[in-house]
Structures are given as C-alpha cells and as structure tokens.
Design a binder for this molecule. Structure first.
Ligand SMILES: Cc1cc2nc3c(=O)[nH]c(=O)nc-3n(C[C@H](O)[C@H](O)[C@H](O)COP(=O)(O)OP(=O)(O)OC[C@H]3O[C@@H](n4cnc5c(N)ncnc54)[C@H](O)[C@@H]3O)c2cc1C
Ligand code: SF4
Length: 568
C-alpha cells in the first residue's frame, strides 16, 4: 500500500497555484502576517535560465523551432516562450466530448501563464457587473464595480501599467504610467480609425514605462512572451511572489500537483493531498484555510475530484455549478498588408510586447446586431526575426538565395494584425466535467470539455471582421486574411485560442445557483476560497487578469479579516 506523508505543521493558509490569483493571495496574506504554504505543479523559475528575451534564433537548438521543426509553422518561437506548452503537457491530457472543440492552454512553472501573457491590462466597467439587469442575458455579479475599484487601484499601483485617463464609460481608467509612443503601424491604423469615426486611444498594458519599486522601465525589445530579466513587465513570479517571500512567511513547494482537498468531520477543508512529482509520492499539507488559484479549469477539476461523504458531488458543489458556465473570449482578427510599412528603411520599430494603441468598445450607446461588445487590439512592428516568420512568403515566392531574401525583406514589417476581443455570454452547453475513464500520469482523473459558441458570439465576430477590413482599407492597406465569410465563421478563433477561460466555479448571491459568494468564499465551506477566473460570473470583453488579481486581493483581505475574528 502506498505511504502518504503528512506534514506536522498546520499552516494558516494553503494556496494552490502561483499565477495572478495565487501570487496575489500570497502577497496580501503574508504581508498581513499569516504563515502560508503554496503548492505549485511546476518547477521554480530562474530568470537567467528560463527567460530568453534577448537570445537570437541562432543561439538556440533547432533555431527555436522545436525538435523536428514542430514549432515552425506555429510561429517559430516555441522554444523561446518561457511558459509555452500549447495545452500539451506530457502525461497530463484532457479530453473533448464529440463535436466540442476546446483547446486548453496551461503552463506548469512558478508564476503560471503570467510569465508569458500579453499583459493587456483592462479593468471591467460598471455595466459589465450587471449585464442581466441591463439587457436580460447572462447573469449579474454579486458585487459592483465600486466594490472592486479600490483593488484594481491597489494592483495597478503595485504591478505598474501604462495607459491614459479618458473617462470612457465602457473602459474605466486605472492608475497609469505614461504610455509608449505609437509605432508606425499604430499611427497608420489610427488614421484608418479616424476616417471611420472609430476611437483609437493609447494602449493599456502591465509594462513599466517608468521605474517602479526598483524595477527598471521597458527598453522596447518586444519579447515579453519570453519573460523579462529586467522585470519590466508584470509576472507573478517576479513581482508578487518576491514580495511574499520577503516577509519570510511563504513556503513554496514546487512540482506539487494538488489532487484533492480533504475535509474534516466539521465540513471544513483541513488538508491538501498532492503528488510530489519528483518522488512520485503522495503527500499531505495541512492548513486552517485554503485559497485555490490553479487557473479556472484546474480549480474546477480539483473541486470535482474532492468527493467525500459530506460532499458527494465534489467540494463546494451543492449547487451543481462547479465545471459549468465555462466561458472564453469571443475573438476574430484580420491581418492587413501595408506596402508603405514594408518599404521603410530598417529601423527599430519593436516597442513593448503589448498594445501601444487600442480601441475600447465604442458602440455601447447604440442598438447593435448582438448583445454586449468587444475591444480592438493592434499588433504590428518589426519584431525580432524568428524561425518560421517568413513561412507565408515561402509559400508565395519561388526561388532561393538573394531573390528570396529580397522578397522576405520586402514583406518584413508590412503586416499589421487587428484583433477583436469580445464578451461571451454563458450558455448551458459549455462546461467541463471529470472524464469517467481517463486519468493522468499521477492517477488524477482528467477534465472533459464541452463547448459551443452561441449565435451572439458569431454575430459579434462578423461585426469584428467587417469593421477590421474597413479599418485596414481606410488606412491604405489590403486585408490578407481569408476569413470574411459565414463559412469561415468570420475568423472566429478556435475555442480556447485566447486562453481567457473563466466561470467554472462562479460567484453569486444565491447558494443554489452559485458556488462562491462575492468574496470568492465557498458558500458550502467557509475556509475555502477560489480566486482565479473560475469565480467569474460573466466574461466581458476585458482580458481577465487584472480582474483576477483584484478579486484575489479583495478575497485575501477579507480572509485576513475573518481570520482575525476567528470566523473561518
Ligand atoms: C498567450 C497568452 C496571452 C495572454 N494575454 C493576456 C492579456 O494580454 N491580458 C490578460 O489579462 N490575460 C491574458 N492571458 C490570460 C492570462 O495568462 C491568465 O488570465 C492568467 O495567467 C490567469 O492567472 P491564474 O493565476 O488564474 O492562472 P495561471 O497563470 O494559469 O497559473 C496557474 C498555476 O497553477 C498551477 N497549477 C495548476 N493546477 C495545479 C494543481 N492541481 N496543483 C498545483 N498547482 C497547479 C499551474 O502550474 C500554474 O502555474 C493570456 C494567456 C495566454 C496563454
Ligand atoms: S519589451 Fe520591455 S517589458 Fe517586454 S521583455 Fe522587452 S524590455 Fe521587458
């Protein structure tokens, strides 16, 4: 019989996961005086080893294209991306129900996906919290913008984000550093927007343009997905977790895959059972309270796998909503080719690894063909050439040597992507559940996904497509994406393609229809909190991470308060 090793120590709090949710909770709880242990399924992160933002393709094995060139057509950067695994984790599969495409992007490393995310930093607006009251679709959150605003402010000020104050109702302002100047590609797209009467304002991103707490400002190398040894962009591993470690009250257990939360006879969570991946042994760590921040679907998986006599449907799941209401971001994009950009003399046009300009949702005061809205992100610039970058040219141009190089040079820098990110309204068909017959290499039952876009998201994608083509043409470019029709679903991205999955352990005021209250605390288990995107009630057009961090910060302050009052 396998031996289970139990910790002697009882920590104040056990946090599971170290991304925005886990890192945020670790900072606030340890600074508040609690002894915290963190289980992280991946290894610790060493920036000198894992962050590669200044390496050239020729510095890397296979020029960065992966063994056998597997990363070549995907963009060629795969061995350069610190946290990239494209949903494939050796020995840790997931499954899809028939006709239910859903790609699950995961990272297994300290800091999770915050090591490589694009860092677009948008807070939700007042209307985003009460969609159902406003137009009857979806659900209302149990909290308001005013409840969360102070925590958005605190996290903006600590993380460091650029942007401008604009007073736009659909895009509340934050605590901003000055934005970077627009790139040539941004100036061109902005001119197209202007002709069409579409606003295009400075971008908002969690990247420093000024020194903050000893962190240097960005030097515009545009390689944020590969980390940043300068620590100029936000990642949980370099920004939140060091603050928690500095208190001396955080213990991190790396390579620790939580498999179950165990409960006592009093119905409270008492221990986390985990697999120590290095020794392949099962261990237990005990704590007085638990914060789950393993990312939306991993958190649902952990709760569903935590079955007991008291909680036969999984922990915190008396409502039956755990795993349900899975939402992604509705998204479509059009790439434009601008010969005027391609003919520029070589110059540094890289910028940050995020948006320098963007368009907040601008049609909120009109009647549209769909409910809710989307924002526009603009990506251009002359990034560092990488393996795979010219694969499109190679498909079009025959030849080799100087003439081929010339063709590549002519196209280099000439493409700009105009991308839409829109709200998905929760539906009954989109959810995840435990697959009854598949386990991972640790013996932990895996998730099976069901997913369907509704007509609303498809109509939104059609509007994005039409609008982006018009912007590109008004700016003097030619749309090159072949996705402007209903047969191509207007370029609507593969579900999971934006990696903004949320909603699987949602919050709400009614314990019969939600798993958590407005403080991310389980209705059924008062010493259990879920603070990642799983707790979202809806998924507005805003990219989720600032809201995850603000919610985790708020939940942690509430936990501190309840711990002081001996209420947990
Ligand atoms: C390419 C890309 C670009 C993105 N761009 C943006 C953007 O511009 N703006 C934005 O707001 N968002 C963006 N996102 C989304 C953003 O990355 C996530 O919202 C954010 O990382 C979520 O934080 P999290 O803490 O919930 O989870 P994660 O960052 O995924 O971290 C979860 C951690 O938990 C660990 N874990 C999982 N299961 C277990 C377990 N059972 N036991 C122990 N540990 C476990 C994982 O190893 C991981 O380290 C992007 C995502 C991707 C992939
Ligand atoms: S663009 Fe700026 S923030 Fe991003 S990796 Fe380069 S220096 Fe760091």
């Amino acid at each position: 019989m396998p031996q289970i090793i139990r910790s002697q120590k009882v920590y104040d709090v056990c946090i599971i996961g170290s991304g925005a949710a886990g890192g945020g909770a670790a900072k606030v709880l340890t600074e508040g005086g609690l002894e915290v242990v963190m289980l992280e399924a991946g290894p610790l992160l060493d920036p000198l080893k894992h962050y590669t933002e200044h390496l050239w393709p020729y510095d890397l094995a296979h020029r960065g294209a992966g063994i056998g060139g597997t990363g070549y057509n995907a963009s060629g950067s795969r061995e350069l991306d610190v946290a990239f695994i494209s949903g494939h984790i050796e020995g840790e599969p997931y499954t899809n129900a028939p006709d239910s495409p859903f790609g699950w992007d995961r990272a297994r490393i300290l800091g999770g996906r915050t090591n490589h995310f694009t860092r677009v930093w948008l807070r939700m607006a007042e209307a985003d919290f009460k969609g159902r009251s406003l137009d009857g679709a979806g659900y209302d959150w149990p909290i308001t913008y005013q409840d969360l605003a102070p925590y958005y402010d605190k996290s903006d000020a600590y993380v460091g984000a650029y942007g401008t104050t604009e007073h736009i109702p659909s895009a509340p302002d934050g605590v901003f550093q000055p934005p970077p100047f627009p790139r040539c590609s941004d100036v061109i797209i902005r001119s197209g927007c202007k002709k069409l009467g579409i606003p295009c304002i400075p971008g908002r991103a969690a990247i420093l343009t000024q020194t903050l707490n000893g962190r240097a400002p960005c030097h515009y190398c545009n390689q944020c997905e590969r980390g940043c040894r300068m620590n100029s962009n936000f990642s949980s591993s370099q920004t939140l977790i060091p603050a928690a470690l500095a208190t001396g009250r955080l213990t991190i257990i790396p390579n620790a895959m939580a498999r179950e939360i165990l409960v006592g006879a009093d119905g409270k969570a008492r221990a986390a059972s985990y697999i120590d991946k290095s020794s392949r042994t099962e261990q237990q760590v005990r704590a007085k309270a638990f914060v789950i921040g393993a990312s939306a679907c991993e958190s649902a998986r952990l709760l569903l796998n935590s079955k007991s006599t008291l909680f036969p449907n999984g922990l915190a799941n008396s409502s039956g909503v755990v795993g349900r209401y899975l939402m992604e971001t509705a998204a479509s994009g059009v790439v434009g080719y601008f010969p005027q950009l391609a003919k520029l003399p070589p110059h540094n046009h890289d910028g940050t690894g995020s948006v320098h300009v963007y368009t907040p949702w601008w049609k909120y005061d009109r009647t549209n063909k769909f409910l809710r809205g989307y924002h526009i992100e603009v990506y251009g610039g002359r990034n560092m050439p990488r393996v795979g970058m010219f694969s499109g040219v190679l498909e079009e141009v025959e030849g080799y040597g100087n003439s081929l190089k010339q063709a590549c040079r002519e196209k280099y820098g000439g493409f700009v992507a105009v991308e839409g990110r829109g709200e998905m309204i929760p539906n009954e068909l989109s959810h995840c559940e435990i697959d009854p017959s598949v386990v991972d290499q640790w013996g932990i039952p895996v998730l099976r996904f069901h997913f369907a876009w509704s007509e609303n998201e498809i109509k939104m994608a059609a509007d994005m497509n039409e609008t982006f083509r018009a912007i590109i043409e008004a700016a003097g470019g030619t749309p090159v994406s072949e996705n402007g029709s209903s047969t191509s679903r207007w370029g609507h991205l593969y579900p999971g393609g934006v990696a903004h999955e949320v909603g699987t352990v949602r919050m709400g005021s009614d314990p019969k229809t939600s798993a958590l209250n407005g403080f991310c605390q389980a209705h059924d288990v008062k010493n259990l909190f879920v603070t990642d995107g799983a707790c979202f009630t809806t998924n507005p057009d805003k990219n989720p991470t600032p809201t995850i961090l603000a919610l985790s910060w708020r939940a942690s302050e509430y936990l501190l308060d309840q711990a002081k009052k001996l209420n947990l």
